[in-house]
Design a protein around this ligand. Structure first.
Ligand code: ACO
Length: 429
């Protein structure tokens, strides 16, 4: 295997180091290219650019492999709680019982929101999108914990900030939902575990507790785990980029929430359900939508289909599809949208356009069916994704902070605008 790459520029040969990862992934290290040649590289959408080395998540898009700290995601989804998964991603190993108890207790104590923070919800329009409110509230936590804003945080400070974020993201999510349906907030309960506590804050009323159903808890556990990390995706890269300026963890993760909101990323889960509802309303003709997605004159895409990295199948989508099917069966629900989703998948997978471009259902294709069955409205779907992704964002921010070679992220560009010209007044003053 090559340990050096050569590049010939204007007839001169330069040698560049080759970096090899633990799974034999190879990269040409171009960090000195500009200094030595005055050239930069151009990579629209960063499809070929490694922005960092990372030991958190490995994925192989061709083989459909996803591993958290070396463990196949299928095994983690089968055996772990969401909190164990969070610990694994953030600290690199599965927790011992003592570590797990300590970690869980740190959330339980942080679940409530400062009473002044609750006033923020009243100032936000009832119909405003929950992701806008989530991002604002996550960033606003910085105002309530000024002791956690050290640009060079200690391990203890990072641990405390992580506990605040992991715990409060579900309280903020539940408050956001209740605000949108005009209900008063239900405070967290110290006797409930992470997911039941979230369901309690979402669906209990002041005089009647929501009946926690283990089937629902387990479906949510699987979903949150499958969303927990996905290496250098758009929102995680955003968290790293913002954090690289030494912005605090609250601010960096708030930016990640905004990046996640976009329909090409985490916002796709809401778009999928809206698409399925539209197909259902229009008579269920899935082929019509497959044809529309292929039409070069239309901007329409099959939402929940395609992925920058997965070119064979998304292992998360496989598990989620089965989970959706099982949950609906156990709950005795027949959702016509699940039938439409399966028909749409079958139609697309045998279509030459999708086969040629290697487009498969992604993590967002079936997740909305599960959220819907649980009673979570579609505007909240991307918020659910954010709850799941929180451990990954924290793990990457922490990894970046702990890397002594981390630098501020500052890409370059190739300027294609006007060349120098002299000022000529256009308006009179
Ligand atoms: N429906 C129809 N055509 C598609 C789709 C789709 N969902 N996705 C990609 N294509 C086509 C493109 O039009 C393009 O065709 P062309 O070669 O004829 O121009 C080709 O496939 C390659 O697509 P790109 O946009 O270049 O692929 P990229 O890697 O940049 O985009 C993305 C990946 C954004 C996920 C894309 O597949 C997409 O828009 N999917 C729908 C939105 C979605 O589900 N997003 C969630 C992704 S998972 C996540 O972020 C959590």
């Amino acid at each position: 295997m090559a340990d050096k790459a050569q590049i010939i520029i204007e007839g001169k040969t330069y040698e560049l180091p080759v970096i090899v990862g633990t799974e034999n992934e190879r990269a040409v290290d171009i960090s000195k290219l500009r200094a030595e040649t005055s050239y930069i590289t151009l990579d629209n959408g960063f499809g070929n650019t490694g922005a960092c080395t990372s030991a958190i998540t490995f994925l192989d898009g061709e083989l459909g492999i996803l591993r958290y700290r070396g463990f196949p995601v299928e095994q983690i989804a089968e055996h772990c709680t969401f909190i164990e998964t969070a610990y694994l991603l953030i600290y690199g190993e599965l927790p011992t019982q003592t570590q797990l108890d300590d970690f869980s207790n740190s959330f339980t104590k942080q679940a409530g929101l400062h009473k002044d923070m609750l006033n923020f919800f009243d100032g936000y329009p009832k119909s405003g999108h929950p992701m806008g409110l989530l991002s604002a509230m996550v960033c606003s936590l910085s105002g309530y914990y000024p002791e956690l804003l050290n640009p060079e945080p200690s391990q203890d400070e990072m641990k405390r900030t992580a506990a605040q974020l992991l715990s409060k993201v579900r309280t903020i999510a539940a408050c956001t939902y209740r605000k949108s349906v005009g209900q008063t907030f239900v405070p967290p309960r110290e006797d409930l575990k992470y997911i039941p506590n979230f369901l309690h804050m979402m669906f209990s009323s002041p005089n009647k507790d929501y009946k926690i159903d283990d089937t629902v808890v387990d479906a949510l556990r699987v979903l949150l785990i499958l969303h927990a990390d996905h290496e250098q995706n758009c929102s995680t890269s955003t968290v790293r980029l913002v954090g690289s300026s030494w912005a605090n963890m609250f601010a960096s993760i708030s930016a990640g929430v905004c990046a996640l909101w976009g329909p090409l990323h985490g916002g796709a889960n809401q778009e999928v359900i809206e698409m399925l509802e539209e197909i259902h309303k229009n008579g269920g003709n899935v082929q019509q939508y497959v044809d529309k997605a292929k039409d070069p004159n239309s901007n329409f895409r099959l939402m929940g289909f395609g992925h920058r990295v997965y070119k064979n199948f998304d292992p998360r989508a496989k598990i989620i599809k089965k989970c959706a099917d099982d949950l609906l069966n156990k709950m005795g629900i027949h959702d016509p949208l699940l039938d439409i989703a399966m028909q749409l998948e079958a139609a697309a997978l045998k279509d030459e356009y999708f086969i040629k471009r290697k487009l498969y259902p992604n993590v967002d294709f079936y997740s909305g069916i599960i959220y819907k069955a649980i009673g979570i409205p579609k505007e909240m779907f991307t918020v659910m994704f954010a709850i799941g992704r929180m451990p990954g964002w924290i793990a990457h921010w922490k990894e970046m902070k702990e890397n002594p070679n981390s630098k501020i992220c500052r890409p370059r560009q190739i300027y294609v605008g006007k060349t120098k010209r002299d000022f000529v007044p256009v308006t009179s003053r």
